[in-house]
Design a protein around this ligand. Structure first.
Ligand SMILES: [Zn+2]
Length: 840
């Protein structure tokens, strides 16, 4: 199916002004389809000209333009041609549309817990046309009036407030302010609803019935975060929340974390957990709430003109989501999570062959925009904004944003519009800054170079900036440098910040080597941290003295952000193959049991495990895994009972232990650490490990699923089945992955997650070849999001060999690959390249 191009969108925007959408959906028909009637009123700048409208029906029933019936057979793929436009036009399109099971369009889900049916609409990025006929591009915004006919026992919500009804299942919603098509949403089904209010804004929370108890358990926390974020954003932006209500619907099988539909945010309902979660996971939910709310201004009130400026949505929402979470909620460590977890995503994406600028000059079509929903548009962009704030000052930054909101309220804008507003507010020309930070891909590495005098004082400390040879761009950085030392008063052993300097690296002045004059003559610090405070986006490398000191010193370091940055440096150096995995394992063993930040513990464990599984030869991996399991066991022994640290340690131990008898004992309540609840999710985690190791099979999985009829239970069961070290189980799972479209997005993902296991190389060897042979056809059968997810999760990531890379190269040489699959293979192959190099 063709993706709308930038050129075609530009031509259509020049011709059309859309005045309104009236959308009527009838959800009372048979299970597979719904009826959609879309009435579009629009003006044409050149009467007599032609254009097209998008619609992806199961069956197109009728098209009427200005009263004239058009032949439905004229539909060409997803485009219906419209010719001979008048100055004022009314278009009516009636169609039977298909529900989706891919999270795109109008998704239909039957809850295995109680058999109830739930719908939600996901229109981003170009899926509105799966729900109603529309001019599906972001800069043709128009007010939307939605009418829904639903079974009488259902609850329905849309972007706008309910106008009238429901009368006999007919819900008529009030017209909205102008919306981009990709924001149009609804939820429908026997949803549970909780209502509240804040500062004159009606608040609503929705979830499926079987999750109501979990919503009620967390409702105070969710509402408190919502209220705190609203207040904070009002203060920062100086512009009232621009829509007439703020509903948040937790919906099943949602692809992303959440979607910023004005007035009705949809969030994945894993954010209403049924089992114990860590405080880092609660922070994640708060951050998502803040992120989507930030979009109400960045994206919803002022919308990007075209997908080139995806960063005007995502970088800003990531930046303000993190900032508001840290400043206004109890989750004041949000920048620590950002520094270690989110930025690692950005650094990884920016070092791959598929990297792109934060603000690309030209995104050719919506499909490319979908691929750009990556660590660059989110984490790198947010980090670059943080750097901009450090450079411009917060007051000038916020003043520029207020100007930008005022100038483009309910309209569209571009990078140039934003830069103009910031230039006015700050009095600075941002052209050069934007050129190197927003228009150029790739990142710099900042190394500290230290020369010591004989007395142990610094003779010279310099920060040296470098860039990859294929993108030799050095950048101005405002950067902190922290000197960490033992307290002179000798108050115990903790390492404190002795001194911190902030300095501008300006390659135009010093060619990329900046001497920190203020440090010459000072006693050498035990640890010297470049990018202290995490103001900039750059890889860092420590001086040799600090590298040597980190393993012993890290657990004594009082500042959690500094610890996170030292962890990040160590992980990155191993990822780059500059230091062996064994060094990282030794650091984990030495310092992780003392780590008090659960977000850091979870991230370090996950990334260390990934490196261990891929970078180590099969002969040495088991010993390293045992050390990792040992570190988790020690953390488990010291973590306060019932706390987040205990849970994170337990999960880490479960997934790395080979002591099947002991871990299976937990299922029977044997030797469970005090305070640890072996609840539904933890039971499944145990069962997955037992399945991987061949210590549990289909009978145990079936029994667990029989006891847990929830949707999560079904997903876990799919993962466990795919993970079994059994040829028939692998063959069955593989057929699901490359087969038809009957399985939902989430069950496919769950199956893909289970399939490849580092312990099962011999068993899955033949599937390496099959991936490259069978995935292209499978990807073509699926919608883009699901195709990419299955291709990514289903990639033979543990087959670290030259042969896998040759197969990837042969596939990439073809010219008929779906673009999403090409992107996945390019990125995954690059990760294998690194792993292979590290093994050598
Ligand atoms: Zn977002």
């Amino acid at each position: 199916m063709p993706s709308l191009t930038r050129v075609a969108a530009g031509e259509r925007a020049a011709l059309l002004t859309v005045e309104s959408y009236d959308i009527e959906l009838d959800l009372t028909g048979p299970a597979e389809r719904f009826r959609s009637t879309s009435t579009v009123r629009f003006r044409a700048a050149t009467p007599g000209a032609g254009t097209f409208v998008e619609v992806r029906p199961a069956r197109l029933l009728g098209v009427r333009l200005n009263g004239a019936e058009l032949d439905p057979a004229a539909l060409d793929d997803n485009q219906f041609p419209l010719t001979g436009l008048a100055a004022e036009n009314t278009l009516v399109v009636e169609a039977e549309m298909a529900y989706s099971n891919s999270g795109e369009g109008l998704h239909r889900f039957v809850d295995p817990a109680d058999g109830e049916t739930y719908l939600y609409a996901m229109s981003g990025m170009d899926n509105a046309q799966r729900i109603f006929a529309c001019f599906d591009q972001p800069d043709l915004k128009a007010p939307v009036t939605l009418t829904v006919v639903a079974p009488p026992e259902w609850t329905v919500a849309g972007n706008g407030r309910l106008g009238t009804g429901p009368v006999s299942g007919r819900w008529v919603f009030a017209p909205t302010p102008p919306l981009a098509t990709y924001f149009v949403t609804l939820v429908a089904g026997p949803y549970s609803v909780r209502r509240a209010e804040h500062d004159g804004i009606p608040l609503g929370l929705y979830c499926r019935r079987s999750l109501t108890e979990h919503l009620d358990r967390d409702i105070e926390e969710i509402l408190t975060v919502t209220r705190q974020c609203l207040d904070r954003l009002h203060r920062l932006f100086g512009v009232r929340y621009p829509f007439d209500k703020y509903d948040q619907a937790f919906v099943p099988e949602f692809n992303m974390g959440a979607m910023e539909n004005p007035g009705l945010v949809t969030l994945r309902d894993e954010y209403l957990p049924r089992s114990a979660v860590t405080d880092a996971e609660r922070e994640r939910r708060a951050n998502v709430i803040a992120h989507e709310m930030s979009h109400m201004w960045f994206g919803d009130l002022v919308t990007l003109r075209w997908w080139d400026d995806l960063w005007l949505n995502e970088s800003f929402a990531e930046y303000f989501g993190t900032r508001v979470t840290a400043e206004a909620t109890r989750f004041d460590r949000a920048w620590i999570t950002f520094a270690l977890h989110r930025k690692a995503w950005g650094y990884a994406a920016d070092q791959r062959p598929s990297t792109h600028p934060v603000a690309p000059a030209e995104v050719v079509d919506a499909a490319e925009a979908l691929a750009n929903l990556d660590g660059i548009s989110y984490a790198k962009g947010a980090s670059v904004l943080r750097q901009l704030v450090a450079w411009l000052g917060d007051d000038a930054f916020l003043a520029g944003l207020r100007e930008y909101f005022a100038a483009h309220r309910f309209g569209n804008a571009t990078l140039a519009d934003l830069l103009a507003a910031l230039a006015t507010s700050s009095g600075r020309d941002l052209t050069g800054w934007a050129q190197v930070w927003l228009r150029q891909p790739r990142l710099n590495t900042v190394r500290t170079e230290v020369r010591l005098r004989d007395d142990g004082h610094y003779a010279e400390v310099a920060l040296v900036q470098s860039a990859p040879p294929e993108h030799p761009v050095l950048r101005p950085h405002r950067i902190g440098v922290g000197l960490y030392d033992t307290e002179p008063a000798g108050e115990g052993i903790a390492l404190w910040l002795r001194d911190r300097i902030e300095v501008d690296l300006d390659p135009a002045v010093d060619g990329g080597r900046t001497v920190l004059d203020g440090l010459s003559g000072q006693p050498a610090a035990r640890l010297l941290l470049p990018n202290d405070g995490d103001l900039t986006f750059a890889k860092v490398r420590l001086d040799a003295g600090s590298v040597a000191a980190v393993p012993a010193a890290l657990s004594e370091l009082a500042d959690p952000l500094a610890r996170a940055l030292f962890w990040a440096e160590a992980l990155d150096a191993v990822t780059d193959g500059e230091r062996p995995v064994a060094d990282l394992v030794a650091l984990v063993v030495a310092a992780l049991p003392a780590e008090t930040e659960v977000a850091v513990v979870q991230d370090v464990l996950a990334r260390a495990r990934n490196l261990l599984d891929r970078y180590l030869d099969p002969e040495v991996r088991p010993a390293a895994l045992e050390q990792l399991a040992g570190a988790c066991a020690r953390l488990l022994a010291v973590a306060p009972p019932g706390g987040s640290g205990q849970l994170a340690a337990a999960r880490g131990w479960i997934s790395s232990t080979v002591d099947t008898a002991r871990v299976a004992g937990w299922l029977a309540g044997k030797d469970v650490p005090d305070g640890l609840a072996v609840d539904a999710e933890l039971r499944w985690a145990v069962l997955r490990r037992l399945a991987v190791l061949g210590a549990a099979g289909e009978p145990e999985i079936a029994a667990e699923q029989a006891a847990d009829r929830s949707a999560s239970g079904a997903e876990w069961a799919a993962t466990c089945r795919a993970a079994l070290p059994d040829p028939a189980a692998k063959e069955h799972a593989w057929r699901l992955l490359v087969g038809g479209t009957s399985l939902s997005n989430r069950l496919l993902e769950a199956t893909a997650r289970g399939f490849w296991q580092p312990e099962q190389a011999g068993l899955t060897d033949s599937y390496v070849e099959r991936y490259f042979a069978e995935m292209p056809a499978a990807a073509r059968r699926r919608t883009p999001w699901v195709a990419d997810r299955v291709a990514g999760l289903g990639y033979p990531r543990y087959a670290v060999s030259a042969r896998t890379r040759e197969l990837a190269a042969a596939l990439l040489a073809r010219d008929d690959l779906p673009p999403g699959l090409r992107r996945v293979v390019v990125d995954e192959d690059d990760d294998l390249r690194r792993a292979l190099a590290a093994r050598r």
